[in-house]
Design a protein around this ligand. Sequence first.
Ligand SMILES: [Fe+2]
Length: 370
Amino acid sequence: MRRTVRLCALTTSLFVLTLGALLWGARPAAAQANGEKIVGGPYAVNVGPRSATVVWVIQKGEAAVGTEPGKMERTAPILRAESITLTALRPGLTYYYQSFPGEAGKGSFKTPPAGAARFQFVVYGDTRTRHDVHRTVVEGILKNANPDFVMHTGDLVADGGDTSQWPIFFDAERELLRKTAFFPALGNHERNAKNYFDYMDARPYYSFNWGSSHFTVINSDIENVGATDTEKDSFWKEQAQWLAADLRDAQSADFRFVFAHHPPETAVRRRQGENKQMTELEPMFEKYRVSAGFFGHDHNYQHYLKNGIHYFTTGGGGAPLYDVDTPPEGITVKVVSTENFVVVNVDGKTARVEARKPNGELLDSTELHQ
Ligand SMILES: [Fe+2]
């Protein structure tokens, strides 16, 4: 269910009151009466200079399934996303919200500043399967960074269509997502499921500006975008045309950052040559002077420098680690099989990229110049 709130008086305090007054006594009372509980969020998505969407996920009961009458082997929660789109925001401010009563319903996010500004974002991905490790990565981000927003490189959960996995993801992410804005890329494990699009209020590919930097997120999970090769080819062609136009129009930005799940380069031998469509985008990245690309899918940390473009793989968010057994010759800067996250500090014409282990240990540090 979606609502829209337009903020006529542009103060953060009134923002809290406005959203709180709208929601308090409406949803929560009904939620309790109906045996509903909140299992995800709140978190802010699609945060722009003028608008943002706050989402939280509600469970109402569960469904069960089994192979014999009366013997249920599996259950799955029945979930729905509630969201509210806030408009008439102002750029470069912190907004505090109360999405439902109590401390758990409180959150905040920043809107992107206009023009040149200092800001920080965090990139991580592949948070599926090992939930305890996922938690340590999120704790590491909270201890070692204070991001204005976070980018997720995909594979949030092991099966996007399985509703039982999303509350686990949201529980591990809770303290991070309630204090920042979330920008995900679609991974193959999301299975192109409607759940992903509902919970993230997502589009398959999109872009936005933060300060003087441009961020472009594409969907590299070609296998799940259609049933036939014709459908898959059609999607990829359409997205590639959009990507070229998007990057061409962002030439005046200080930095152009691209995000996708599948990496164009890899040190994982058994996966080399697998993501041909991504590798074939490299000339476009070069033509339109992409500053750096961030990817996932491989559960480790990898950094390449190829024809002036930095390619980072940060897929160490919890999924079982992969070896980095065959680093590509001539372009490899650093490859480590470890859990990790990446912190990027943009300050004017300089961007410092630091990869860290969950315990804060520095893995790799690079400075990008506009
Ligand atoms: Fe993946």
